[in-house]
Design a protein around this ligand. Structure first.
Ligand code: ADP
Length: 470
């Protein structure tokens, strides 16, 4: 259930807009951080290099002005004042031989770069290196520089401070960016939801209309916006469709009513011929056939009109609670003589009470149609069972028979108007009984389903919203 909900949210436009917003925002934030990080790193590296160059210049002037002995003692003093763990100084001759050093106890693995020395000797300039030493946790920045004839000074500076600074910087960034992404995700989600609320309303209206609430319209709140324009266009379209459907329905109903009058008149004429009572007269026999055909036609037209009527009231709000149990009991009583005649066992599994909101006459008609079919399509010795159950605030009425069944190909079409399966053509009927049953069930906000195995039987299950006992 929870997973289904998550999957549903994943497919929504609001979620996708928010996701894209969060992705674009995260990528641009990470990109901006990266650029900022690189600029900071360059600035700090330049500053460190500049500090090392300043030291070289300072020791070069000490060597020139005060001589070698002062230089050597200055190296030691300077290292001690900066911290012997943080920095070291090593005075070398061009062959790489140590002439003097500061305290090297923390720098045992710091070697002398021969190629750097050669480069310094050739260019009389300075050379930088960044090394990772095995006994030191942080990288070391090293500079070699000539500070006088035959004198090269090697200075090593631990990059611990820089590494710590960038460590904190990264942590702050990760925390900051996570907070911003979550925050922007929530804001984005709320904004997307707010912007799409109109679309949601249109969808809900479309769902309500598809369930039969044809009068429903979308509430247009903020006029002028794109969604409001869409809602207005949608409402106008619905008005137009409703007008057309109404016109078409009125036309068919008028035709049906108009046809009923001449048929009734023909029937009347045939009846008066029949009432003359001449036995073995051919006209009498024709008159009887005409009456029968007229009755069939009138029944068909009346059922068609009943379907239109039920459909017009789809999802109509019914004020009365109707108990289905007595309806079923009466319907079973009505069909018992016919069932006995056909040798069919009628079983009722409906007791107590089962209330739904509805129209008693239409509900009666729906149950009669289902029972009539079940008996009609069940052979001698079979059985028809009607049961009632309550499940998730729905009343379930099941009409099960052990009759001829319905093939897989026919099953999806049986609720269509005038549809009759080939296997049942020998039985009387117009193919309208199930259409009417479905229209009635839908007008009560319910649903009807059929399951069947050819040769074994069928089950028609009607679900209707439960109503409290009055
Ligand atoms: P009809 O007046 O022909 O019974 P319906 O609309 O009631 O019209 O049913 C449509 C078709 O569905 C029937 O013609 C029949 O082929 C099939 N059908 C309906 N109910 C059953 C059933 N209980 N068993 C077998 N077939 C059925």
């Amino acid at each position: 259930m929870c997973l289904e909900k998550i999957l549903k949210i994943r497919r929504t436009l609001a979620f996708r807009v928010t996701l894209w917003y969060a992705i674009v925002f995260s990528i641009s934030s990470i990109g901006a951080f990266f650029i900022f990080y690189m600029i900071m790193k360059n600035i700090i590296n330049d500053r460190i290099d500049q500090e090392l160059l300043n030291d070289l210049a300072e020791f070069s002037s000490i060597s020139k002005l005060k001589g070698d002995e002062s230089l050597k003692s200055e190296l030691i003093i300077e290292a001690e004042s900066d911290g012997v763990e943080k920095v070291f100084f090593r005075l070398l001759d061009p062959a790489g031989k140590e002439m003097a050093t500061s305290d090297m106890s923390s720098w045992r693995s710091a070697g002398i770069g021969r190629s750097a020395l050669e480069q310094v000797m050739q260019s009389q300039n300075h050379v930088f290196e960044t090394l990772s030493l095995p006994d030191r946790p942080y990288n070391v920045r090293i500079v070699y520089g000539a500070i006088g004839p035959g004198k090269i000074l090697q200075i090593g500076l631990s990059l611990e401070e820089e590494a710590r600074f960038f460590g904190v910087f990264r942590e702050v960034f990760i925390l900051g960016i996570t907070t911003i992404v979550v925050f922007s995700g929530v804001i984005g989600w709320l904004m997307a939801k707010g912007a799409l609320i109109g679309v949601e309303e249109i969808t809900n209206t479309a769902i309500e209309i598809s369930q039969g609430a044809f009068e429903t319209r979308v509430q247009v709140k903020a006029k002028g916006g794109e969604i409001a324009q869409l809602a207005e266009a949608f409402n106008r379209m619905l008005d137009r469709i409703q007008e057309l459907v109404k016109g078409l329905k009125e036309l068919t109903e008028n035709i049906a009513h108009d046809v009923k009058t001449p048929i009734t008149r023909i029937r009347g004429l045939a009846e008066s011929e029949l009432s003359k009572g001449k036995p073995n007269d051919l006209f009498q026999s024709f008159a009887a056939d005409i009456i029968e055909e007229c009755d069939s036609l009138l029944q068909m037209i009346n059922t068609m009109l009943a379907i239109s009527e039920a459909e017009a009231g789809i999802s109509g709000i019914f004020q009365k609670q109707v108990d289905l149990i007595p309806i079923i009991r009466k319907a079973l009583e009505l069909f018992r003589p016919l069932a006995e005649e056909k040798g069919i066992h009628l079983v009722s599994q409906a007791s107590g009470s089962a209330y739904v909101w509805g129209d008693i006459h239409r509900l009666q008609r729906m149950i009669v149609n289902l029972l009539e079919n079940a008996i009609k399509f069940t052979h001698f010795g079979g059985s028809v069972t009607v049961s009632i159950n309550e499940e998730n605030e729905q009343i379930l009425i099941a009409v099960h028979d052990t009759g001829i069944g319905i093939s897989k190909d026919d099953l999806p079409h049986i609720f269509k108007r005038l549809y009759r399966c080939d296997a049942s053509r020998s039985e009387p009927g117009f193919g309208l009984g199930l259409s009417l049953a479905q229209a009635i069930v839908k007008s009560h906000g319910g649903d009807i389903k059929a399951e069947s195995t050819p040769g074994k039987g069928s089950t028609f299950t009607v679900s209707l919203p439960w109503a409290p006992k009055p």
